[in-house]
Design a protein around this ligand. Sequence first.
Ligand code: SF4
Ligand code: SF4
Length: 281
Amino acid sequence: MDYKGLVTKIIPFSFVDGPGNRMAIFLQGCNFNCGYCHNPETINYCNNCGSCVEVCPSGALTIQNSKVNYSKEKCGDCDMCISHCPHFSTPKARKMATSEVMSEIKGVEPFIQGITISGGECTLQWKFIRELFIKVKEETKLTTFIDSNGYFSQEALFGLLPVTDGFMLDLKGASSAIHQQITGKDNKRVLENIKTVYEKGKLYQLRYVVVPTVNDGEEIEVLAQRIKEIAKDLPLVLIPFRKYGVKGKYKDLSGATIKLLEDIKELLLKRGLTNIDIRSE
Ligand code: SF4
Ligand code: SF4
């Protein structure tokens, strides 16, 4: 097979998407609608409304047969189309076969330690990821990581586990109600998947974005409880909410301070968790 995936963008070198220097591959489409999404253009599939075509200063967007056509060669990467899109999408996503992505990986292979697939919610395209990771394992020595919101099926989980070296998962809210409020979905499936990935020894980190007034305060007691139910040494990373790039319902909230994160870390340590980090940016 040569599966095709809908790829939003590829960053050849990234130091913030897992261990070492990695190629980060972002896939289009998400099953959550988070109020603080920092990549809102990855949420929806383009509906070809055409409204971004007129704002492109480079003539990289045209309409052909009622579809928006994107020219990578003409694009100046100003992202005005993305800022303008009222539909939380991008005209720049393109279908790529796993063989095409492998060619891009081979081009930078000597300079990276691995690849990370992110999104959007990349596991919506898990068959594409699985085939790509099999090729990566067969043809290179690179490591394979997945960055996910944790909301995926058992079929996706057990399809990806054998070919994935590490998972970076999110827990957006510890209680079902707050998770629902932030993402639009409850967290039962997410917690089950975190537990399975941890027990298989493949949880690289669990990220909790602290959103002041939304999932701090009493929600942190629930967070401590939920994590202890899985393992007190589960690798948890606290990340401050930042409003930069946010278009969703939390766009007017203030960012979280590092002092707030330090206080939360201290509380979690007191509640018995042992493996907590803070990411300042
Ligand atoms: S990217 Fe957005 S604005 Fe452009 S055609 Fe697609 S939905 Fe419309
Ligand atoms: S990023 Fe979008 S608006 Fe900017 S040049 Fe490229 S296609 Fe045009």
